[in-house]
Ligand binder design. Structure first.
Ligand SMILES: CCCCC/C=C\CCC/C=C/CC(=O)SCCNC(=O)CCNC(=O)[C@H](O)C(C)(C)COP(=O)(O)OP(=O)(O)OC[C@H]1O[C@@H](n2cnc3c(N)ncnc32)[C@H](O)[C@@H]1OP(=O)(O)O
Length: 248
C-alpha cells in the first residue's frame, strides 16, 4: 500500500549520533523521492526505547566545529521530517525523551504503547540545557502554549496516560497492538487525496519551519556558543554521571 516502516536501530538506546542522524536523513530523502511511497511508520528496534534523543556524547567534550556540524544535521533532519509530504505515523514502543519526543512530534499521528515505564516529553531543562525555539514552537503547536510552558520549564516526562491527556500523543494502546494500530491509522490517512492533505499540512506547518529556515546559521551559532559554555558542559557531565550511577 505504499507504506514504509522505518525502524530506528542504534543500540543500546537509539541516541541520535551524527552518523545515525545522517543515515536517517538520507533514508528519508530516498523515501520522499520514491513516488510509490505515501506513508512512513516510524518505530524502534531497540526493546523498550523509542529514542533517547540527541546523543549527549556529540554535545559533550567536543570542539565548536563539531558542535556546529552536529547541530546543522539535527536541523536538517527536523526540517525534512516536519515538512515531509508523506504521511508520518509514529509507533512509540518505548521511552522517548527530548530528541526522541521531537521525532514523534514531527509525525502526523502518534500511537504510544501503554506501559507506564515509557515516558515522553521535552526534558531538556532537567539536563541543565534549554530546548531551542523550534522544539518549543512544535510543542506549542501540538499541546498549546500553557501546557508547553509548564512542561518545558519542568522538563516533564509524561507517562502514556498523561501524554494522551495533554495531547503529546494521539492514542495509547496495549504494547502488542502499537504496530497494528499504527497501520490502521495509516490506512485511514491514506484514504485522503494526497494533494489536498499535503497542501493542508504545508499550510499548518510552513510558518514554523520557515521560522528556523530564515535563521539557521544564527541558530547554529547560538547552539555552539551555548553548548561550549563551561557551565553547560558541567551540567552535561553531571547528567552523564547520573546516568552511569543509575546502573551501579
Ligand atoms: C538560550 C539559547 C538556547 C540554545 C540552546 C540550544 C540547544 C541546546 C539543547 C539541545 C537539545 C537536546 C535535546 C536532547 O535530545 S538531549 C538528550 C536527552 N536525553 C535524555 O535525557 C535521555 C537520557 N537517557 C535516559 O533517560 C535513559 O538512558 C533511557 C533512554 C530511559 C534508557 O534507560 P536504560 O535502558 O536504563 O539505559 P541506560 O540509562 O543504562 O543507558 C544505556 C547507555 O546509554 C547511554 N545513554 C543514554 N541516553 C543517552 C543519550 N541521549 N546520549 C548518549 N548516550 C546515552 C547511557 O549513558 C548508558 O551508557 P553506558 O552504558 O556507557 O553507561
Amino acid at each position: 500500500m505504499g507504506v514504509a516502516v522505518m525502524k530506528l536501530r542504534n543500540p543500546p538506546v537509539n541516541s541520535l549520533s551524527l552518523e545515525c542522524l545522517t543515515e536517517f536523513t538520507i533514508s528519508l530523502e530516498k523515501l520522499e523521492n520514491d513516488k510509490s511511497i505515501r506513508g512512513v511508520i516510524l518505530t524502534s528496534e531497540c526493546p523498550g526505547i523509542f529514542s533517547a534523543g540527541l546523543d549527549l556524547l556529540e554535545m559533550y567534550g567536543r570542539n565548536p566545529a563539531h558542535y556546529a556540524e552536529y547541530w546543522k544535521n539535527v536541523q536538517e533532519l527536523w526540517l525534512r521530517l516536519y515538512t515531509s509530504n508523506m504521511i508520518l505515523v509514529s509507533a512509540i514502543n518505548g521511552a522517548s525523551p527530548a530528541g526522541g519526543c521531537l521525532l514523534a512530534l514531527c509525525c502526523d499521528y502518534r500511537v504510544m504503547a501503554d506501559n507506564p515505564k515509557y515516558t515522553i516529553g521535552l526534558n531538556e531543562s532537567l539536563l541543565g540545557i534549554v530546548a531551542p525555539f523550534w522544539f518549543k514552537d512544535m510543542y506549542v503547536n501540538t499541546i498549546g502554549h500553557r501546557e508547553a510552558e509548564r512542561a518545558l520549564q519542568l522538563g516533564t516526562l509524561f507517562s502514556p496516560a498523561e501524554a494522551l491527556k495533554v495531547g503529546v500523543v494521539d492514542e495509547v494502546v496495549p504494547e502488542d497492538q502499537v504496530h497494528s494500530k499504527a497501520r490502521s491509522v495509516m490506512t485511514k490517512w491514506l484514504a485522503i487525496p494526497d494533494h489536498s492533505r499535503q497542501l493542508t499540512k504545508n499550510m499548518m506547518r510552513k510558518a514554523t519551519a520557515d521560522n528556523l529556515i530564515k535563521q539557521r546559521e544564527a541558530d547554529i551559532q547560538n547552539f555552539t556558543s551555548f553548548i561550549s559554555k563551561d557551565s553547560i558542559q558541567k551540567s552535561l557531565h553531571m547528567y552523564l554521571e547520573k546516568l552511569k550511577q543509575k546502573k551501579g
